[in-house]
Design a protein around this ligand. Structure first.
Ligand code: 4NP
Length: 160
């Protein structure tokens, strides 16, 4: 049997957007019975929150909608992640640039994309940072992540 495909979600702090993407996607993968085929993690390009659980506002929104984030702890994205993961998904363009700045290959790494490239309603292809906003921002992030994770899982099932 081939190796599992490794998927990494990346935002700035690894306490709001990428943890909810990890948690929602993990729940869908488990429901599909694919947890041995798809390995999932998340990271932040910044180090401020390393070791911390996700933001309690994000955890509360996810819990209300059936997804447990409580066991997650933030870690920083490292250059080795560019080798270790097959699919690296940035939440916004700033995250994408931060990832690419650690990439010593020829500058075009096909493993790295914007997460919302898979969104059937992609808008500007960025997951808005909810950190400094109100509660509706966390609901909006959950909605985006939920539908994009469905499309991502469909695509990975076709490709791997
Ligand atoms: P995240 O949100 O990138 O979705 O985890 C943020 C969390 C913390 C900060 C910024 C964004 N911060 O500046 O500490």
């Amino acid at each position: 049997m081939s190796q599992p495909v490794k998927v990494l979600f990346v935002c700035l702090g690894n306490i709001c957007r990428s943890p909810v993407a990890e948690g929602v996607f993990r729940a869908k993968v488990r429901e599909a019975g694919l947890e041995r085929r798809i390995h999932i993690d998340s990271a932040g390009t910044g180090a401020w929150h390393v070791g911390n659980p996700p933001d309690r506002r994000m955890t509360a929104t996810a819990k209300r909608r059936g997804v447990d984030l409580s066991q997650q702890r933030a870690r920083q994205f490292v250059a080795d992640d560019l080798e270790d993961f097959d699919v690296i998904l940035a939440m916004d363009r700033s995250n994408l640039r931060n990832i690419q700045s650690l990439d010593t290959s020829d500058g075009f790494n096909e493993r790295v994309s914007l997460f919302r490239e898979w969104d059937p309603e992609p808008g500007d292809q960025e997951v808005p940072d909810p950190y400094y906003g109100g509660p509706e921002g966390f609901e909006h992030v959950f909605d985006i992540v939920d539908r994009t994770a469905d499309a991502l899982l469909d695509d990975l099932r076709r490709r791997y």
